[in-house]
Design a protein around this ligand. Sequence first.
Ligand SMILES: [Zn+2]
Length: 667
Amino acid sequence: MIPKETVDLILDTARVEEVIGDFVTLKRRGSSYVACCPFHNEKTPSFHVTPSKGIYKCFGCGKAGSAVGFVMEYEHMTYPEALRYLAKKYNIEVQEEEESAEQIAARQRSESLLAVSEFARKFFSDQLQGGEGRAVGYQYYRKRNILDATIEKWSLGWAPSGKTTLVDAARAAGYKDEFLLAAGLAIQTEDSSLIDKFRERVMFPIHSVSGRVIAYSGRTLKADNPAKYVNSPETEIYIKSRNLMGIWFAKSEIARQDRCILVEGNVDVVMMHQMGITNVVASCGTSLTEEQVRLIGKFTQNVTIMYDGDKAGLHAAVRAISLILKEGMNPKVVFLPDGDDPDSYSQKHTQEEIRSFIEEHEEDGIAFKTRLLLEEAGEDPLKKANSINEIADTVADIPDAIKRQVYIGTVARQFGIEEDIIQDRVRKTREHNAQNAAKERAHSASANDAFSLAKNRADAPENASFADAPATAATAPELLSNEERILGPSERELLGFILRYGRNELKFETDSEFYDGETPQTVAEFIDSALAADDVHFVNAPYEATYQAYFGLYDEGKAQDDIIRALLNGEDRTVAEVAAQLSTERYELTVHNFSDALTTTDSWLVTYVPRAILVFHDKRVTARQNELTRKLREPNSPEDVIKFMQELGRLTEIKKNINRKLGRLKK
Ligand SMILES: [Zn+2]
């Protein structure tokens, strides 16, 4: 553990523009810097770095934080790793301190999972050397022409047929059941004893980007076993949608060649690498995900999809093309002849033959999709029209305008129609998509939200603003519950007051209903006691986490600036992002006249803070009303119906009351 004084020294020394400047080319603009965002694909810069505040933020994707946050995000480092990185950059010596029991436990848990996974890797490898493993597993690899060197490089192994062979060996070596289960290597039977997850299978380990074995794919050799592959479940160390089979062995070559070849099967990956074609990965037995595409995107923008040429393969390729295009990357496809897959093809050809085959036959992703749809449509005019629309919609997904334009031309030629037809459809689809996205946002941010949606736009490119950005990059709006959506803007507003004016005193007039004696409450205390009175918490997890973190520091007696700094530089990325976004937004009065009448911050806070609390209560009532209305649509007992109706009646009264109060505050 790094001592607190050293952490402070590191955070004080690190200059946000210097740290980010090591990764991204920053252009000066006034007192700040801009760049194309390293976290999302864009052509016009919306990534801003403000040295005076020590923060960065992207108006496009909403990512924001401090220097240490950037390193964590960009380099996928943990908080201590990022601190050590910065210490090294600034030549600050780090004398490690003893860790707390809790820290040791957390680190040990993840280490334990990796350790048991490593134990299993060695176990499965050893099993290949004798007995059943040698006779069955090794023979299989031999038959597939997988060489000993390849077996060793990939740690290919054998899971024996015994029910508890691995479990027994791991226990004997001192590994706890808990970790065998959590690493997905064992499963619990109904009588709660442990058995091996993988039995009688050849084993393909999956390595993380940093080269540790985090999961397995086990293939049965029995023709009658319906489960051809058994894969590791998601675990704390293995998130399927974010890993690619082979990425550890392929990443440097992908970057060097500036191209990645994407295949379907684990054996395909292994065989291509054995052939000497090493920029090859597969999607871990799931269909390709957005996160996997982004992972490739860290190393190259060019992806060649090399799937099977059967119907399922064609379908999967079309899907992959869309995903890759949406990320602003360049998909190509190539299909091997005569029903070959990369494995079987590589058995019959040399590396040079494969390379030249790919070079001669790879086809642009959109051109391929167009050709496929044209073939399917044949002479049917209706089908052809549908195909044109479908391709135009694919083109509409491409983020880059120039690339879109080029494709519109190519596609029109392929269909033999006027460019304008495609152009028109692309424009309409983009408008339609933009409207849908706006509707989605309107859901989560009410139109009369006191935190202005529009005011921040002045310096934000392409009409983006913070208020439009998601609460944190981690929370997509479509994942929010109805309640979270309704309460989001209000919670954001209250939290915004706390993060900007938490220690300002609310000096109510003596005749105000909020007047609370001689000693005025601060904004933070006022909001906290209003919430505590009703025993309510924020329902949006990022806001609640930030709220709790704030008051943890507030209760320690820290000054407002110190609290914000601690939140920005803290370990919790979600909290840091929310703090970065909300603490720097300006509160813009929605009613223009007020800004003339009310001059000092303190004087308008006494109006707007209570108002924000009332709006928050109003939203809570709305959320509850929606819930009750929904319940009433379901089958209910007569007693329940009466109960619900009575509550709805009470809520209506409460709402009226709130609105009366709001009306008074508005005058
Ligand atoms: Zn961005």
